[in-house]
Every structure is written in structure tokens, then in C-alpha cells.
Design a protein. Structure first.
Length: 324
């Protein structure tokens, strides 16, 4: 019988065998995994083991090759998926994959799941990948929002990025096409909470509650960049510097302060029939200087074609210098 051999790395040390196998064989029922261990289809260092046994760094896990057949088919990257990442990659290192996320793709979950494609590519290219570590998105970006999106390629990178986000050492800058004329820079400080009255089980909105003590503070600085019109409606191209990262923060705060995103009918914008339902782009991410991964202090994601077309339609006069 053919076996596939995997060597446990530093990130696998101390983990239970069944937990590791559940990640390796996601299509198998837990009972099937346990049976495979009991019958010797899965061995540790050439010997039968128990599902509760803890793996140590350097252990050799042997798994009967036929157990991977379904996974090999469903989890191998296609040429189209690989090209999608290649065409939208901004930076790729041993620790990070930073892409310019296309419109209507999910960072994680849904039918168009970028995290699954990133994981497939990681497993294809990393011959010595950790059997416990799975690359994933390091921050949120809505399906309809385009722009800079970071994925981990190592556990140490994921841990570092998470700590930097928590202490606000990583800054994010967005641009959006909003209704109305924003005449000067404004700083918005509001309390945001989930809207339990939206009535949609699949899509949850948020609201601003000035009286609630349980709400989370959201801070956004809005700067006008250029002006234009869409079918007689005055527009402002706004730069959004966010100090906090709440769900739908820009969309709800912009609407609350009389500038809903054009097309964002969920938060008060008019409906439009264009390539995108609304136009919000994560343009720039600012990292701490002298960070341990050699990342540039500022990394940009250029606006995508559908956004640029809309700027031309609205006759906004700008010279490409989006960040003031």
C-alpha cells in the first residue's frame, strides 16, 4: 500500500493527531479518521497510534495515499485560479501574500473564496509546509470592496500582523465615491453596533447608536479629493483614514454624516446600474518602520478598471494623486 509521508514542523508540536488529520482530510468524517488510525492506515513514526496522541516536531506521519484522493481533486489549484492570484498580486514573500482584491470576491467564505485559492497555491508551492498551519486573510474586506488584502504565509507572520492590528500599528486608507459635497476634512467619531432589526439572516448590517453604552467606537477621518456628478447628483471622491476597523465602518459613518456611498442602497445611497453596486477601494496600508519582515512602510493597491471607468463617467477631475 502506498503512503504519503508528512513531517511535523515547529508549528505542529504538541497538537493532537486527530486535530491535525481533520485539517489534512476535511472531506472525511471524524469517525472515518478514527477508524483509519485504529486500522493502521495512518501511522506515526511507522507505528500505530491513538487519536489522542500528541505530535512532536520531527514526527513522521504516514497516511494511506487513497485517503487523499478526494482531497487531491477538490483542493488542487486550477490554472484559472492561479492566474487570478498572479494578475492581482502586489507582493509575495515567504511570510505574506498581498493582493489587490477584485470586486465581488470574498476574503473568506462564499462561492468566490480567495482564502481557498491562496491555501491551494500555498500547498502547491511550499513543499515543506506545516501540516497544522493554513494561510488565511489577516484582516476583513467586504465582498463588494476592492483593494489591498493581506494573507499569511507563515504562523509568525500571522501572529505579528494580529498584534499590530490590535495595537493600531498598521494603518489603512480607503477611497470611496460618495454622494453630496464634502467641503472640508472631517473627523467622525461614532458608536457602532449590530443592527438586529435588519431581518436578513445571511447579511447583517450595523447602525450608529449615540445612546448605547455597549456600542464600539468607530473613528474615521474623511478628506475630499475631487468632485463630480452622476446623473445630476453631486459626488465627492473621499479619502477615508480609519483608526478603528469596525464592520461596515466606512459605509455606515459616511451615510450617517450625510455622504452615503453612491449605489450603497443598504445604507441610504441611491441604486445604480453600473459594473459595481458601490465604489469603495482599500488603497493603502501603512506598516511600522523597521518591521521584522522587511515590508515597505507604505504598500498601495492601484484602483481597478471598474472604479476608474466610474471616475471617467462622473467626470471627476483628478490627476491620479489619490492620497493627500
Amino acid at each position: 500500500m502506498d503512503f504519503k509521508e508528512l513531517q511535523a514542523g515547529v508549528n505542529d508540536d504538541g497538537r493532537r493527531l486527530d486535530k491535525i488529520l481533520k485539517q489534512l482530510l476535511p472531506n472525511k468524517k471524524f469517525s472515518e479518521i478514527c477508524k483509519a488510525i485504529r486500522t493502521g492506515l495512518i501511522k506515526v513514526n511507522g507505528k500505530k497510534s491513538s487519536q489522542e496522541s500528541h505530535i512532536k516536531q520531527g514526527d513522521c506521519i504516514k497516511i494511506a495515499s487513497f485517503l487523499f484522493e478526494k482531497e487531491a481533486i477538490e483542493h488542487s489549484i486550477t490554472a484559472e485560479e492561479e492566474m487570478l492570484l498572479k494578475n492581482n498580486t502586489i507582493l509575495k514573500t515567504d511570510d505574506f501574500l498581498i493582493i489587490n482584491k477584485p470586486y465581488d470576491w470574498c476574503a473568506q467564505g462564499g462561492e468566490k473564496d480567495l482564502s481557498k485559492i491562496v491555501s491551494k497555491l500555498y500547498k502547491k508551492e511550499k513543499k515543506d509546509f506545516s501540516i497544522s498551519f493554513t494561510p488565511g486573510p489577516l484582516h476583513r474586506l467586504d465582498r463588494k470592496t476592492t483593494g489591498i488584502l493581506c494573507f499569511s504565509q507563515s504562523l509568525k507572520a500571522a501572529q505579528w500582523f494580529s498584534s499590530m492590528i490590535q495595537n493600531h500599528s498598521i494603518k489603512k486608507i480607503y477611497i470611496g465615491l460618495a454622494q453630496g459635497r464634502l467641503d472640508k476634512k472631517e473627523k467622525w467619531i461614532d458608536n457602532i453596533e449590530n443592527d438586529d432589526e435588519d431581518g436578513n439572516e445571511k447579511f447583517h448590517t450595523v447602525k450608529i447608536n449615540t445612546d448605547s453604552m455597549s456600542s464600539k467606537k468607530a473613528i474615521t477621518e474623511a478628506t475630499p479629493l475631487a468632485y463630480g456628478k452622476y446623473k445630476g447628483i453631486e459626488l465627492t471622491l473621499i479619502q477615508y483614514n480609519i483608526e478603528t476597523g469596525r464592520k461596515h465602518q466606512i459605509r455606515i459613518q459616511s451615510a450617517f454624516h450625510s455622504h452615503p456611498l453612491l449605489g450603497d442602497s443598504i445604507y441610504g445611497g441611491i441604486k445604480i446600474k453600473e459594473e459595481c453596486s458601490h465604489y469603495l477601494h482599500a488603497y493603502q496600508m501603512i506598516f511600522p518602520k523597521d518591521n521584522p519582515f522587511g515590508l515597505a512602510e507604505k504598500i498601495n493597491a492601484s484602483i481597478l478598471t471598474n472604479f476608474e471607468k466610474m471616475l471617467n463617467i462622473t467626470l471627476i477631475k483628478w490627476n491620479g494623486m489619490l492620497i493627500l
